[in-house]
Design a protein around this ligand. Structure first.
Ligand code: GLU
Length: 285
């Protein structure tokens, strides 16, 4: 009897100790442990792995504008660098990854669209890019989508870029879809296609990595509002993210991240739309 109650007493003490440690860990983490979007105390973020300057995996490290924005947001939410789990989020898989809970948020050159909003929600925008064309440096006849007649064009499955081609230029061009833009760039190098189409910031990074062999046409023909994809309906989380984006713009980190990640590529965001107001979509979500 006595032994039993002592045993219970010890177990109770242990439980209280465990709870205390949990509370302390929570306090040290600056309050993010209450967030519904964290799993344990890590945040899982979907990014691209093969878009230089945007989302890029380089010998186990991650860099690019999306990565810098994601890191800034994660820090504001109370996560340290070693509490961020980076996951590759290919264009076609983004909605499913959020719906399945594979990631808590996605910053992967992910345009906010009404169609996507049926499946997921967005914070932001944190950048407004524009769809453009990438060609071989010696090309002189493609100066915009109007010149695509009879040409072979590469884009990525599940992207707004491929959709725009299908909707607007389907009669003129032969579209080849690939899983990623890196594969499109390879197809362009080897002459399998005449041009690659997606957002200017992505193409500028690919061109800079191609050592003079590829060039950006530089005549954007859409507006791509990059959002932070989150699980559908998590408006509280969207507001926290928007506040972090606003802080990033206000303290100069946004501008620095753009410059650091695009220097030498010739890309500058369109000043008419950038930096955007991250809260512009809060009403209609
Ligand atoms: N921003 C466009 C999109 O969300 C093209 C870039 C991409 O595929 O990630 O589809």
């Amino acid at each position: 009897m006595h032994n039993q109650s002592t045993g219970r007493g010890r177990a109770g003490l242990l439980r209280r100790l465990v709870a205390l440690v949990a509370v302390m860990a929570c306090a040290l983490s600056m309050g993010a442990c209450g967030s519904s979007s964290s799993d344990g105390h890590v945040i899982k973020i979907g990014i691209k792995f093969d878009q230089p300057g945007v989302g890029y995996k380089k010998s186990g490290t991650y860099e690019g504008f999306d990565v810098d924005v994601a890191r800034y947001i994660a820090h504001k939410l109370g996560y340290r660098d070693d509490e961020i789990v980076w996951k590759e989020a290919p264009s076609k898989q983004r909605e499913a990854m959020l719906q399945n809970g594979d990631v808590d948020m996605i910053l992967a050159s992910y345009s906010i669209t009404d169609e996507r909003k049926k499946a997921v929600s967005f914070a932001g925008p944190y950048l407004v890019a524009g769809q453009d064309l990438l060609v071989r440096s010696d090309n002189t006849d493609i100066t915009g989508p109007q010149d695509l007649n009879g040409k072979r064009l590469c884009s990525v499955t599940g992207s707004t870029s491929a959709n725009t081609v299908k909707q607007k230029f389907a009669n003129e061009v032969q579209l080849m879809e690939q899983p990623s833009y890196a594969e499109c760039a390879t197809a362009l190098f080897s002459g399998i296609v005449d041009a690659v189409t997606t957002d200017d910031i992505i193409l500028a990074g690919l061109a800079a990595n191609a050592r003079g062999k590829l060039k950006l046409v530089g005549a954007p023909f859409t507006q791509e509002r990059y959002g932070v994809g989150i699980r559908k309906g998590d408006t509280e989380f969207a507001k926290q993210i928007n506040q972090a984006i606003r802080d990033m713009i206000d303290d100069g980190s946004w501008q620095r991240a753009i410059e650091d990640n695009t220097s030498g590529t010739g890309y500058t965001p369109n000043a008419q739309y950038n930096p955007p107001d991250p809260t512009e979509g809060e009403e209609d979500d």
